[in-house]
Write a protein that binds this ligand. Structure first.
Ligand code: FES
Ligand SMILES: [Fe+2]
Length: 383
């Protein structure tokens, strides 16, 4: 049987996942879903807290409680929890009586706020958070799209983001209009825990102002660089060397439940000079492109992304001999094949681990690299 990666696979607990925009968590606790489990986020005086959204007393949702300075107060019987999860007060026992030893809210291994998002790693992650260097470079404007939600699983959506052969078909109304259907050979190389995909293309660039004046041709060179970090963090940098423009898209996915994935998309551009109206227009266009993708992804009748195990000798596009690939892949799918291999490796690695509980809470910032052993990756060589 071929394996598929669903949104609730336990191996995904070993990864950083976005669970909210920073601005979505203010004075009140907020309930979010991740890998089929409920979590609560709260800004306490001592920092950002995340807990399994079940009070240790009677398993009431802590998200139905309230924030009081440095404590999250359960709405059912008023037990109080600090950022570490320790219970500091049990009203029914009276003042000064210590809480039972097991009365702890359960934090994830890590919670961190970065890139304008809040991230949770339920267990020690196999890969670091994705970097977005453009965010710190002068001259870049940045905007987040409103998060979208899809019934498609995160694995399929990540694959869709890495796929270029669909442009002339799915995006005939936007970026794919008139695009060549032939996908030129491109490079996929291992990079830290994930991989990098590099393509050179020639595309229409109507957004270059010098096209209208005749100084630049409409069809220009474009260098596309995809950076992938498991499980579902992606960045696409589009360099237009003729126009001197860089357009980067950050794309991160929150596998909420089976049949529900939340999508966070951010644009970073260095050619708009702080022009808010043009940035808003770019965001609208990107949303239209995403909507075209989601309209098709919703139609898939697949509960998960088919994984590809170690390639047998002689046929890198198949799984192992006893486990033939569920899909037919071609050269143009090299990036998607790499995605399936990295995720298969992640699942295998998690399966080999002894069962572990949640670790101590962490803000994630001060951790050393967590990837002592890197995801095994085989260079994708497809003819
Ligand atoms: S269920 Fe939370 S205090 Fe009782
Ligand atoms: Fe697309």
């Amino acid at each position: 049987m071929s394996r598929r990666l669903t949104n609730t696979n336990a191996a995904l607990r070993h990864g950083w996942h976005p669970v909210a925009r920073s601005g979505e968590v203010a004075d009140e606790p907020v309930a979010v879903r991740l890998l089929g489990e409920p979590w609560v986020l709260a800004r306490l005086d001592d920092g950002l807290a995340a807990f399994a959204d079940r009070c240790p007393h009677r398993l009431a949702p802590l998200s139905a409680g309230r924030v009081d300075a440095h404590e999250l107060v359960c709405g059912y019987h008023g037990w109080r929890f600090v950022v570490s999860g320790e219970c500091t007060a049990v009203p029914a026992l009276g003042p000064g009586v210590p809480a039972p030893r097991r009365a702890r809210a359960a934090p994830p291994w890590g919670v961190v706020e970065r890139h304008g998002l809040i991230w949770i790693a339920p267990e020690e992650p196999f890969a670091d958070l994705i970097e977005v260097p453009e965010a710190d470079e002068a001259g870049f404007d940045s905007v987040w799209l409103e998060p979208s939600r899809s019934s498609a699983c995160a694995g399929l959506l990540a694959d869709n983001f890495l796929d270029t052969a669909h442009f002339p078909f799915v995006h005939a109304g936007t970026i794919g209009a008139g695009e060549d259907t032939v996908v030129a050979p491109y490079r996929v190389t291992q990079d830290d825990d994930g991989f990098v995909v590099q393509m050179e293309q020639r595309v229409a660039n109507p957004e270059d102002p010098k096209v209208a004046t005749g100084e630049h041709p409409l069809v220009q060179r474009r260098w596309s660089t995809y950076v992938y970090r498991p499980p579902f963090m992606l960045r696409l940098r589009l360099d237009y060397p003729d126009a001197g423009m860089i357009n980067t898209i950050q794309f991160c996915l929150q596998p909420e439940d089976e049949g529900s994935t939340r999508i966070y998309t951010r644009l970073l551009r260095d050619d708009l000079g702080g022009d808010a109206a043009r940035m808003a227009e770019a965001a609208r266009f990107e949303q239209a492109v995403l909507d075209e993708d989601l309209a098709l992804q919703e139609r898939f009748d697949l509960d998960g992304l088919p994984l590809i195990g170690d390639p047998p000798r002689g046929d890198p596009l198949r799984g192992d001999d006893a486990d033939p690939a569920e899909e037919v892949s071609i050269r143009a799918d090299a990036a998607g094949v790499a995605l399936r291999r990295v995720l298969a490796s992640l699942v295998d690695r998690a399966t080999r681990l002894p069962t572990s509980g949640s670790g101590q809470p962490s803000d994630g910032r001060d951790r050393p690299r967590t990837t002592a052993r890197r995801t095994e990756f085989r260079r994708t060589t497809i003819r």
